[in-house]
Design a protein around this ligand. Sequence first.
Ligand SMILES: *[C@@H]1O[C@H](CO)[C@@H](O)[C@H](O)[C@H]1NC(C)=O
Length: 324
Amino acid sequence: MDTGNSTVFILLGLSHSQEIQIFFFVIFFLVYVAIVVGNLLIVISVIFDNHLHSPMYFLLANLSFFDLCISSVATPKVIADFLRKCKTISLWGCMVQMFFMHFFGGGEMSLLIAMAIDRYVAICKPLHYQTIMNHRMVIGFLVLSWSIGFIHTTSQMVFTVGLPFCGPNVVDSIFCDLPLVIELACTDTYVLELLVIADSGLLSLVCFILLVISYIIMFVTLWQRSSSASSKAVSTLSAHITVVTLFFGPAIFIYAFPFNSYSVDKFLSVFYSIITPFLNPIIYTLRNQEMKAAIKRLMKKGGEVALLLILNLSNDNKFIETVQ
Ligand SMILES: *[C@@H]1O[C@H](CO)[C@@H](O)[C@H](O)[C@H]1NC(C)=O
């Protein structure tokens, strides 16, 4: 029996054909660069732009930070793997991937709920918004999100790290996904499977239903008012709902109905790991005038700083020339 450090998992990836893998390499590489640039732009604009110092944008920047983390857990290795014939990962590498996937994933789910609460207060209790959504409340939401992410992933991984694997350890996906790895254990994992369904599947399903209900209430409230201010709020809400659906849809599909070895699971995990983090900044910035303006200001500032640096450098060179 294979125990301990020597256990290795083989990832099957998305395709066997070399041409298609090179194609995926290019696409994933470009998308990952876009994820990093797009989400960093949002984080930097919110931190440095005074116009965006409000709870809604602070939460948005933190969502971007989560997106950055989620896509960085597995994607760099996935990209490198497209160029390798044999895609292997050690037992610990696999456990670390699953731990952080669920850590950041659980955190992001909680944050999406916090963002919905923020919009709910803004729309349904506008007069009390300033007093309810103060800085302390935002920090509280953030601490809660990270804690829920941690508790969620720990509660599953505690039972997963000790599983015996006696091979063949073939994972039909691009990274280690909890349901696929549990299936490989050579012991009875029935209880653990139920735990994962309850912990990941049911949790995402319940959160999703609560979110949808709260967004429906907000839409109805806005619809009854129907002014120009509420049309702006409607577009913010539709952006939120798009993101929520993109995030929860695949998660519910994978975790609420796992262990059926659907081959679609691996395409859904692509969704989860790179498509959602890629689309979030696009959805938020394209629909939001304030965000767009802030990014423009940031670019302008960045350009000015770069210009000053170049001027300074060229002055230094002149100085060196005259000294010589
Ligand atoms: C998250 O929100 C906090 C609290 O308001 C803010 O200070 C911080 O800059 C945000 N973090 C990121 C990464 O944007």
